[in-house]
Ligand binder design. Sequence first.
Ligand SMILES: Cc1cc2nc3c(=O)[nH]c(=O)nc-3n(C[C@H](O)[C@H](O)[C@H](O)COP(=O)(O)OP(=O)(O)OC[C@H]3O[C@@H](n4cnc5c(N)ncnc54)[C@H](O)[C@@H]3O)c2cc1C
Length: 379
Amino acid sequence: MNLDFTPEEDAFRAEARAWLAAHVPAEPLPSLETEEGFAAHRAWEAELHADRWAVVSWPEEFGGRGVDIFKWLVFEEEYYAAGAPGRVTQNGINLLAPTLFDHATDEQRARVLPSMASGEVVWAQAWSEPESGSDLASLRSRAVRTDGGWLLSGQKTWSSRAAFADKAFGIFRTDPDAPKPHQGLTYLMFDLKAPGVTVRPIGRLDGKPAFAELFLDDVFVPDEDVIGEPGNGWRIAMSTTGNERGLTLRSPGRFLAAADRLAALWRERGADPAVRDRVADALVGARAYQLFTYANASRFAAGEQIGAESSLNKVFWSEYDIALHETALDLLGADAELADGEWAEGYVFSLAGPIYAGTNEIQRDIIAERLLGLPKGRR
Ligand SMILES: Cc1cc2nc3c(=O)[nH]c(=O)nc-3n(C[C@H](O)[C@H](O)[C@H](O)COP(=O)(O)OP(=O)(O)OC[C@H]3O[C@@H](n4cnc5c(N)ncnc54)[C@H](O)[C@@H]3O)c2cc1C
């Protein structure tokens, strides 16, 4: 593995840095989990898109720059180092888009991707159900055949940003008689404003409606919004989770920037040696994660599948994120309790890291079985 960047990659970094320096809002945008913040973040996405920074790795025809994974990582490093806003389009760009690139028709890609890239249509992920989280294959929401399409019914839950999003993608049971739970499922897209959809926001501890439950009552979805073959939804969904846990959900740029901010906080506040050591651990951890990701990216660029290694990533960054925020709160002391600042909010969000994108217990099972070759656990 060669860790030097090419002159072309350095030039790309400089271009991204200059653009971000000129455009990142001086004041943080309001939280994207509020109506006002959601609108502000959507406008930011349009600004990114106008200069083709919204989806750098996508082909140019869909608004990207067609860059490889290394330049994407470079962009992410610059993005977070510049303190740029969180990405309200994340679910669409990181989860639905890779699925469309791999499994959709040309017509679907041409129809869906451009408005996703510009933030005009924001997507929510509608996978989890009240009784189907880790055991996703047990999902019960149905899609029943009708003239020209499907009728959806059932309930989805924990859909991030669905309170303000426009559309959603999810998996539905289309063959209740299939011999195994992960068979007879179909992957499709639907409009959150369609007749029969009720979106009920779920308030977080801080009162912001970050999630929503979706109640679906005979919601019509035309055939053109089915992704891949009906009945093949599980295989398609699994290719999406690899993306989510693996390279795209939490790029190292985010943690490198957070570790730098933590070091700055430590310089400002000073602290006892025990906390200083934890600040050093955070800096080293961010760098380790960066190198691990570069290694994975090199394998990916060489045509290898990332596979079960993506579970290592996920466990690492989620636990790292909590430790980093706990250290920041210890540095802030009582101020952390009083402030509604980024560290306090970041800490609360970090606690969810071991749960979303597949819980860490499930990731550890995958690591044990598929990477270490241990016997299957009892399930
Ligand atoms: C911040 C956040 C955002 C989310 N966003 C979305 C979203 O946008 N769209 C969406 O569809 N979902 C979303 N989710 C839901 C998330 O995917 C689920 O919470 C997750 O899959 C776990 O499911 P569950 O909550 O039903 O827990 P359960 O599956 O009921 O698990 C409960 C506990 O039991 C453990 N457990 C379960 N089975 C096993 C096993 N076989 N072996 C060992 N331990 C086990 C779990 O690890 C967990 O600790 C989000 C969740 C959070 C916290």
